[in-house]
Each structure stands twice: as structure tokens, then as C-alpha cells.
Write a protein that binds this ligand. Structure first.
Ligand SMILES: Nc1ncnc2c1ncn2[C@@H]1O[C@H](COP(=O)(O)OP(=O)(O)OP(=O)(O)O)[C@@H](O)[C@H]1O
Ligand SMILES: [Mg+2]
Length: 385
């Protein structure tokens, strides 16, 4: 099994720095996702790994071997593209077989008619056909082998693209937003299939997406990317609960984390929604931002001395939950609280008493860095007792 090492990769297109001194180690057999907004350089990085694009600086190693001088087909990787990149004029069987035909047959054996007279051709072609059949069966497309890509649904095309990557038996699978052309329901189904495929094959996957749900559900680790840099590389839960940076906290989580700017008063106090909160953090700050995820709010009542009073603006019904948009006094933007669906007495215009679950609250300095709580102290200590 092969891992992957990227060292100080830089890539410019003209005067634009698309990848900025990026380093990353991917463990053999890991499912690592590159997660970031459109245009942050995800596809470029994947293409550099595949050898389809050359970096300006830095090096790529696969399985401990530098591959910088190697052409794509010598790198032992297979890529699934967002567009699937199937050959439209060839059958599914032929699309699947192409990587093997190119690799195993010599020039004479690939000639249309003449190849029949070249010794060994028939045996090799039979071997390839049986491998194609085996892989097609394993991913449920064996009944489609005679069709052309235009005669397939989006999900079936996606499977063919994955199958074509599989026949190469690569050390590393590279997948560039493979589910983005599918409808929501199919995306969920195919997501599970990709996860299952990774578990079955046990090889390294590098998966590109801007969809945080895909990143969170599929990955062993998520690498959050912005403007050609990696902000944080960590397991999904860690990215969510312990972001190092405000941009990571804001990119991951739906609805988005609520960010409230506060002035730190004497004695480390801050005021939100008319409530004075004692803060504890490990640095001297005059102003900071408090990040509160929607689920960190809970319902309480007016007798609770730590409640934040708020007015309901609007309610989004999600079935299992409500996303309640509320105005807190003294806070310019509305915040979103995720509350259980049975909180049925909530109505637009009514007042609501909320409290914050202290352990889930995150503090950020003005420059966006996460402020860690002082050792052995809970963040916002004393807010909820
Ligand atoms: N061949 C190229 N020539 C010039 N600029 C390019 C080229 N390829 C990509 N870029 C630019 O590099 C930046 C990163 O592009 P890239 O395709 O890697 O982004 P991405 O993160 O994959 O975005 P998306 O999620 O939209 O696919 C973009 O600003 C893009 O316009
Ligand atoms: Mg892309």
C-alpha cells in the first residue's frame, strides 16, 4: 500500500499563485479529502499529483518514491474526473478496457485487423475482457457493458468512471468532485458506495470536494484548503469541534457557526444579548469573536439567570430540527439556533430564552486565530452552571 508525500508545492498560472508552498503527508490506505471553496486550487493540486500539471516548485512522492519526472501513466494513480471523461463513441466495456489495452498490448497488438496475426494478442485480450467483466460485476454495471455513455444515467456513468479507475489497480485513487453532477438522492447513494469501495480495496484515496457533508462523511482526515493553502488537516470531528482558524470554523458546519464580536471588559468579561459572560482564554485580547454553533444553543426560561433573551425572526422546519433565526439585543446580525422540532410554541415575533452550552463555544482573536482556553479551564467558564 502506498502513501503520498507533497513537499513545498508551488504553482502559479501567470502572476496568480494557485498553490502556495503546500506540504501534506497522506498515510497508506487513508481516505483524505481536500475540502475548499471553488477556485481554491483543489483540482490543480490533484492534477499535480496525477502528473497532468507540473508544479513550479516542490516534489511529489508516491509510495516513498519521487514521481516528479514521471508521466501520468507511470505514477500508479488513477483519476476520476468530475466530468467522468468517458469516450463517447466507445462502449462501456471498451471504456473500461482502455487503460489495460494501452498498458498491456504493444503497438502491433493494438492495430485493428493486423493484431489478429500477432502472437499472444488473443490471450491478452481475453484476459483483459475477463478482468473488465469482474470489475463491472463488482460495481453493478455488468448489464451495461454494450451501451455507449450517452445511453447511461448520470449515476451509471459515474460508476463506469470509477470502474475505469479500478481496472488500473492504482496505488492511489484521485477523485475530483465525482458526485457533483448527480442529483441529491443519488449523491447520497454513491457516497456510500465510494466509502464501501475504499473499505474493500484498502488503498489510498484522495478525494476533492467543496461539499462539507461529503468530506465529513467519507474521510479519515479532511484537509481544509483556501487560496492555495491548507488551513488544517485533521479527522472530521476534530475539524468541526476544534478548528484552528475562524475560516475553518466558518467553512464547516451547516447552518454556519454564529460569530459574535465582543469587547473584552476588565476581568475578562464580555456581553452578549444583554448577558455578561466571563471568558477564559490564554492570551491578552481587547476584542475577540465568540463562535457559537447553532446546536450550542438550548431553550431555557426567564428564571434562568444565564439566559439570553431574544426575539424570533423566522423559523425553518427541517423535520427533525428547527433552525430558528433570532435577534439578540446588542448583536447586529441575527443568529441561528438549532432546536428540537417539538419546540412548537416558537413563533415569529415571540421572545425566546436561550442558553449556550459552554463546551461547544469557540473563541477567536481579531486575526482569526483560535484562542485556546487556559489549561484545565472550560471556555466561557461560569456562563452556564
Ligand atoms: N490552466 C489554467 N490557466 C490559468 N488559470 C488556471 C488554470 N487552471 C486553473 N486556473 C486557476 O487556478 C485557480 C484554481 O483552480 P482550480 O481548478 O484548481 O480550483 P478548484 O478548487 O478545483 O475549484 P472548483 O471547486 O471550482 O473546481 C482558479 O482561480 C483558476 O481560475
Ligand atoms: Mg475543481
Amino acid at each position: 500500500m502506498s502513501g503520498l508525500e507533497l513537499r513545498n508545492i508551488c504553482k502559479n498560472f501567470g502572476s496568480t499563485n494557485v498553490i502556495r508552498n503546500l506540504s501534506l503527508d497522506v498515510v497508506p490506505g487513508e481516505f483524505l479529502t481536500l475540502l475548499g471553496p471553488s477556485g481554491c486550487g483543489k483540482s490543480t493540486l490533484l492534477r499535480i499529483i496525477a502528473g497532468l500539471e507540473l508544479q513550479d516548485e516542490g516534489s511529489v512522492a508516491i509510495g516513498g518514491r519521487a514521481v516528479d519526472g514521471l508521466r501520468p501513466k507511470r505514477r500508479d494513480v488513477a483519476m476520476v474526473f468530475q466530468s467522468y471523461a468517458l469516450y463517447p463513441h466507445m462502449s462501456v466495456a471498451r471504456n473500461l478496457a482502455i487503460p489495460l489495452l494501452m498498458r498491456r498490448l504493444n503497438t502491433l497488438q493494438r492495430l485493428p485487423v493486423f493484431s489478429a496475426f500477432v502472437p499472444g494478442t488473443a490471450a491478452k485480450k481475453a484476459e483483459i475482457a475477463s478482468e473488465v467483466a469482474r470489475i463491472a460485476k463488482s460495481i453493478g454495471i455488468d448489464h451495461l457493458l454494450d451501451r455507449k455513455p450517452s445511453q447511461l444515467s448520470g449515476g451509471q456513468r459515474q460508476r463506469v468512471a470509477v470502474g475505469r479507475a479500478m481496472v488500473r489497480q492504482p496505488a492511489v485513487f484521485l477523485m475530483d468532485e465525482p458526485l457533483s453532477n448527480l442529483d441529491a438522492k443519488l449523491r447520497v447513494q454513491m457516497r456510500a458506495e465510494i466509502k464501501e469501495l475504499h473499505q474493500r480495496l484498502g488503498v489510498t484515496f484522495i478525494y476533492v470536494t467543496h461539499d462539507q457533508v461529503e468530506a465529513m462523511t467519507l474521510s479519515d482526515r479532511v484537509a481544509v484548503m483556501l487560496d492555495g493553502e491548507l488551513l488544517q488537516v485533521a479527522p472530521p470531528q476534530e475539524i468541526y469541534t476544534n478548528p484552528h482558524d475562524r475560516r475553518v470554523a466558518e467553512f464547516v458546519g451547516s447552518p454556519k457557526i454564529n460569530m459574535i464580536d465582543v469587547k473584552v471588559r476588565e476581568g475578562g468579561l464580555a456581553k452578549i444579548g444583554g448577558q455578561v459572560l466571563p471568558l477564559e482564554f490564554d492570551a491578552k485580547q481587547d476584542t475577540l469573536t465568540i463562535g457559537i454553533r447553532p446546536e450550542a444553543f438550548r431553550l431555557t426560561d426567564s428564571r434562568d439567570p444565564n439566559s439570553l433573551s431574544s426575539i424570533v425572526r423566522l423559523i425553518e422546519h427541517m423535520g427533525s430540527d428547527l433552525f430558528v433565526h433570532v435577534d439578540l439585543s446588542g448583536v447586529p446580525d441575527p443568529v441561528i439556533a438549532r432546536l428540537p422540532a417539538w419546540s412548537s410554541h416558537i413563533a415569529p415575533g415571540s421572545s425566546l430564552h436561550l442558553r449556550i452550552t459552554t463546551e461547544q463555544v469557540l473563541l477567536f482573536s481579531k486575526d482569526g486565530k483560535r484562542l485556546k482556553p487556559q489549561a484545565s479551564v472550560t471556555p466561557l467558564r461560569g456562563l452556564v452552571r
